[in-house]
Ligand binder design. Structure first.
Ligand SMILES: [Zn+2]
Length: 143
């Protein structure tokens, strides 16, 4: 399994952690290697190790991968923050800027089995607004 660059690989790990509800943490993160472990359980066998295929290229390749877990799902992760929420739900916020905070919370719980605070939802909505307004300004500036 290969990834175009380190950011893409990290994004995939984050998405995996969120969807699986597992506390996956990067224990090594430099320009050549990425290693992720699950810190949800002391003996959790989950492991991911990836390295650059060539020092002159950006491509990362997964060398070791064990998707097995002995831990159980968690409903809070540090990966789930306002920035992530604002990106993940950008379309929906754009279509419905008055989206109710409680309804937004329920949707995150339903889709990702994650509990987020009202404060995180408020922040996500205002971050999204900045992005949307920013892009209008950009479009306008092009004229
Ligand atoms: Zn685990």
């Amino acid at each position: 399994m290969q990834f175009a660059n380190k950011d893409e690989l990290k994004e995939a790990i984050r998405e995996y952690a969120i969807v699986q509800g597992r506390n996956v943490k990067l224990v090594k993160n430099d320009n050549k290697r990425i290693q992720a472990k699950c810190v949800g359980h002391t003996k959790c066998p989950f492991i991911l190790f990836a390295s650059k295929i060539d020092k002159d290229e950006q491509t990362f390749s997964i060398k070791t991968l064990s998707l097995e877990h002995e831990c159980t799902r968690v409903d809070k992760l540090k990966y789930i923050n306002s920035r992530w929420l604002s990106k993940r739900f950008a379309d929906k916020i754009r279509k419905n800027p008055e989206w109710d905070v409680g309804a937004f919370q329920s949707e995150v719980l339903e889709k990702y089995h994650m509990n987020v605070s009202r404060h995180q939802i408020y922040r996500a909505k205002s971050l999204s607004k900045v992005i949307i307004e920013g892009s209008y300004v950009e479009q306008y500036a092009r004229l």
